[in-house]
Design a protein around this ligand. Structure first.
Ligand code: MOS
Length: 762
């Protein structure tokens, strides 16, 4: 068992080197690790936070796209004359008159990345429902909408393929392979061979995707809804064909993204082109319906899982063969096998994948892409195996806990999955579980108890950060990253506050502007882990300059002192052998030196390139209770206990909030969510918040979230990894497992519907 085994190099005590001066130990001011409310909270609750579509400019026009009403075929005629004559209309743009829009070059580094590299209106072929064929621009939104509706499109229509039954249309890729799983499977007496499916899911961000494009004849200023201002800029520079210095992307606040705002979508190009052509600011906000069609979705998956085990529970083989659907032109793959190769110990394993082409818009990342649907399959299968073995599902996990990452053949940097299971089981009261189906009752309801594990990547994007120490005692920190609502502004302030020992009220955080030093995407739960080392370095540089200034300013307290004898604690410059209260506030050093500010820049590399020495991931466990009322077929999720192993939690308040939100989303995934494609036209048919069901307040279970805080400094000095996505991984499986325990019905196709529970027990 590898529990509590951290391979971090510990700081070595300098045995032979005597430090010049012994450091004086004193309490340092910090808000890192403390419950800290969002610093942008007051702006949001008072309506002062300016979101993309809140931007208005003199002379601004409104654009409304026209989407195809077929999903396979060709545009044979586009009639715009009537629409052009309508009141307030400035233009109806289409393939013939929009001007040049370019393709996005292939990119695997997420610096100029697009899931849909084809520019809008590039040809007359329709490959998915809602694909833009024109865009109407008018003085008001209502006029633009009326004109868009008046554009007449004639199609040559073919039968679309939106079939939910997936078959491989691309070559099958072997993602991980060890031993001979088929042989082990064939010779095993205890085995399982089941197929699990997860539906297409739509992100349903509350803030609709929007662009406000401003063009001054040379330069574009694009107000965007994006999880990556730098990537967004680098993509639009290509699509619009302008020099990088002539396009700026601004995204100060976001009403969530869940992955749908990681890459720019074709409406951004339509707004940019319209602004360029008309030399007027253009606002384009897509409709809720369009957000089911043109801004990505989590693709449908179909996953065959084969497991075999010895009677003692030891896994002898694991095979995970999965398919995900994809659009006709793009290659987005739902990476369902992400966790499969390292989650359990088994000598024989194979993971394969392939894509299934469909007439749908390109799929994209959705919270926990890959791992989330993948773990639904593998963690459901583990539960099924535990039943075959007549073994407690937690015990089955403990028996199969690997000592190393057997997929990469590397030690784990920090893995405490068993610790999560133990703590979660304790908090939940798992030892009271009676494994017999439907045997547990409470207040006339049948209880079902289920569990599942979770894992998620832990990586870093490259990041660049600048800081300014100012002579009024405030500090400005800036980076071209953004806060999708997770609390990024706040954690920046906490890190700066910690490094300098100043209250976070003194820190101004500037994000959401591509003209700032290039910061990370808010994706892959990597934002905070990525920025910490860069903030640290920026502050180190600024402090170095500050200390030089302190020693060189005549009449300053430290004039003539050696720089090496000085440090900064609690916002005070002081001698290392003295307490900070005997020092001088940093701002006074600046004032004495007649400096307005001192700057520092810090960069840190990403972790994607180069050979890995360890396997770095986050882990977690969910314990779920459902209640089942058989007489009226009512299923509720009543209680969830979650324990997350994601290293140091920088802000437990926003952190817990992330996990709770993810649990609720997992409940939606398990019981409600799914985009249905109507087979004759290929339209996502339940394309509204009335018809696409998500979990609401009334569905909330009692949630109890715990962090197993074991810092591991592989990614940064605090030992923090990401927490945006891991909370969703495993939830749907834990619920399905609990449902089986209550009802005896194993649902392998999400979402679990009441109809599923009226059938035969399985
Ligand atoms: Mo996340 S799907 O990387 O926004």
């Amino acid at each position: 068992m590898s529990d509590n085994k951290d391979s971090n190099p510990k700081p070595k005590a300098a045995a032979n080197q005597q430090p010049a001066q012994a450091a004086v130990l004193e309490p340092k001011r910090t808000s890192v690790g403390r419950e800290t409310s969002r610093i942008d909270g007051p702006l949001k609750v008072t309506g002062k936070a300016v979101y993309t579509s809140d931007h208005n400019f003199p002379g601004m026009l409104y654009a409304v796209p026209v989407g195809a009403t077929i999903s396979n075929g060709k545009v044979t005629k586009l009639e715009t004359a009537e629409a052009e004559k309508m009141p307030g209309v400035h233009a109806i743009y289409h393939r013939g008159n929009i001007g040049e829009l370019f393709r996005v070059a292939p990119d695997s580094t997420y610096t100029a990345y697009s899931d849909e590299p084809r520019p809008p209106l590039a040809d007359d072929t329709i490959r998915y429902y809602g694909q833009y064929v024109a865009v109407a621009v008018a003085d008001t939104f209502e006029q633009a909408k009326a004109a868009a509706d008046a554009v007449k499109v004639t199609y040559q229509e073919e039968k679309p393929n939106v079939s939910p039954k997936l078959t491989a249309d691309t070559e099958v890729t072997v993602e991980s392979h060890r031993g001979d799983p088929q042989k082990a499977f064939d010779s095993a007496s205890i085995k399982l061979d089941e197929t699990y499916t997860t539906p297409s899911e739509t992100h349903n961000v509350i803030e609709l995707h929007a662009t406000v494009a401003v063009f001054d004849g040379t330069k574009f200023t694009m107000y965007e809804t994006t999880q990556g201002v730098v990537n967004h800029k680098n993509v639009l520079v290509q699509v619009l064909g302008v020099a990088p210095e002539n396009l700026q992307v601004i995204s100060k606040f976001l009403g969530s993204g869940f992955g749908s705002k990681i890459t720019p979508w074709s409406h951004c190009a339509l707004a940019g082109a319209a602004a360029r052509n008309l030399k007027r600011p253009v606002k384009l906000v897509i409709s809720r319906k369009m957000s089911f069609q043109t801004v990505g979705h989590r693709p449908r998956t179909q996953q065959r899982v084969r497991l075999s085990a010895q009677p003692d529970g030891k896994l002898t083989s694991l095979q995970h063969d999965y398919l995900s659907h994809v659009s006709l032109l793009d290659d987005y793959k739902e990476n369902c096998g992400e966790c499969t190769s390292y989650l359990y110990s088994t000598p024989n394993l194979k993971v394969t994948s392939a894509l299934s082409r469909r007439n749908v818009g390109t799929p994209t990342s959705m919270r926990g892409p890959g791992a989330v649907p993948g773990l639904f399959a593998t963690e459901s299968a583990m539960d099924e195996l535990s039943i075959k073995l007549k073994m407690d599902p937690v015990k089955l996990r403990i028996i199969n806990e690997p000592a190393i990452d057997e997929g990469l053949n590397l030690p784990f940097a920090s893995r405490h999955l068993i610790g999560c299971y133990k703590q979660g089981a304790d908090l939940f009261g798992w030892d009271q579980r009676d494994p017999r189906i439907g045997s547990m009752k409470k207040n006339g309801l049948t209880l079902g108890w289920g569990t599942a594990g979770a894992s998620w990547i832990a990586e870093r994007f490259p990041a660049e950060v600048s800081v300014l120490l100012r002579n009024d005692g405030t500090v400005r920190v800036a980076s071209a990253t953004q806060d999708i609502g997770t609390g990024t502004y706040t954690v920046f302030a906490q890190v700066v506050g910690d490094k300098l020992g100043i209250p976070i009220e003194k820190v101004e955080v500037v994000l959401g502007d591509s003209s700032l030093p290039a910061g990370p995407m808010s994706g892959g739960s990597m934002g905070i882990a990525s920025i910490i080392p860069a903030v640290s370095k920026a502050i180190e540089r600024a402090v170095d300059t500050l200390l030089t200034a302190a020693t060189k300013t005549p009449n300053s307290k430290f004039s003539g002192t050696k720089k090496a004898e000085l440090t900064v604690t609690n916002g005070q410059v002081h001698k290392k052998d003295q307490l900070s209260k005997d020092g001088v506030p940093f701002e006074r050093i600046l004032k004495e030196a007649n400096l307005n500010n001192i700057s520092g820049k810090g960069t840190s590399p990403g972790t994607f390139s180069g050979k890995k020495q360890t396997s770095v991931h986050s882990y977690g466990v969910h314990f779920v209770e459902v209640t089942w009322q058989e007489e009226i077929a009512r299923l509720r999720v009543s209680r969830v206990v979650t324990v997350i192993d994601a290293g140091k939690i920088m802000n437990p308040k926003t952190g817990r909030n992330q996990i709770e939100g993810a649990i609720v989303m997992g409940l939606g995934m398990a019981l409600f969510e799914g985009t249905d494609y109507e087979p004759t036209k290929g339209a996502p048919i339940n394309s509204s918040l009335a018809d696409y069901l998500v979990a609401v307040n009334a569905d909330m279970p009692k949630m109890d979230v715990h962090f197993l805080e074991v810092p591991n400094t592989e990614l940064n000095e605090y030992g923090a990894r990401g927490i945006g996505e891991i909370g969703l991984a495993g939830v749907a499986a834990a619920i399905a497992n609990a449902v089986h325990h209550a009802t005896g019905i194993r649902v392998r196709n999400l979402p679990i519907r009441i109809e599923d529970l009226l059938g035969e027990t399985t």
